[in-house]
Ligand binder design. Structure first.
Ligand code: HEC
Length: 130
């Protein structure tokens, strides 16, 4: 029980953990930068060929009243938000659903077991908000 509590505390302070952000930065470069651009502003090399412009991922907090929309971002990445894996121009990243899970607060004090790679990616995206 003590182990579970320690992990959940680590996961809650997303931007406070630089290791998390570094891991996320690396995944972002591999999986996301092609469309969203190295800076996350939606200008990657693959963006031209898409029917929709990839979102500027540095403005998510700004578009949400200054609060980083953590749950929406994670849902978007893992495809949960859409219900189906291939709907819209952005693919869902099921491989990120694999691996060890950590507990993340997803609202109203609810702790949801969430795959570590997804948490890292969300922490990185939170770190590039401007
Ligand atoms: C094939 C191109 C492509 C790839 C690869 C891609 N995206 Fe996207 N993404 C898009 C497009 C296009 C949109 C806007 C349309 C939509 O919402 O589907 C988008 C939207 C988003 C949104 C929603 C932004 C908002 O305004 O709510 C998030 C968050 C996001 N992407 C994160 C990611 C992350 C993280 C990765 C890497 C795991 C990634 N994307 C990989 C094309 C891509």
């Amino acid at each position: 029980m003590r182990v579970i509590l320690a992990i959940s505390v680590a996961a809650l302070g997303l931007t406070g953990c630089t290791g998390e952000v570094e891991t996320g930065r690396s995944s972002f470069g591999d999986l996301c930068a092609g469309c969203h651009g190295a800076s996350g502003q939606g200008d990657g090399p693959m963006a031209m060929g898409l029917p929709e412009r990839p979102a500027d991922l540095t403005r998510l907090s700004a578009a949400n009243g200054g609060v980083f929309p953590l749950v929406a971002v994670m849902s978007k990445i893992d495809g949960y938000a859409k219900g189906t894996p291939h709907h819209g121009a952005m693919p869902a990243f099921w491989p990120l659903l694999e691996g060890r899970t950590v507990l993340v607060k997803t609202g109203d004090g609810v702790l949801t077991p969430t795959p570590q790679p997804l948490v890292s990616l969300a922490a990185y995206i939170e770190s590039i908000q401007r």
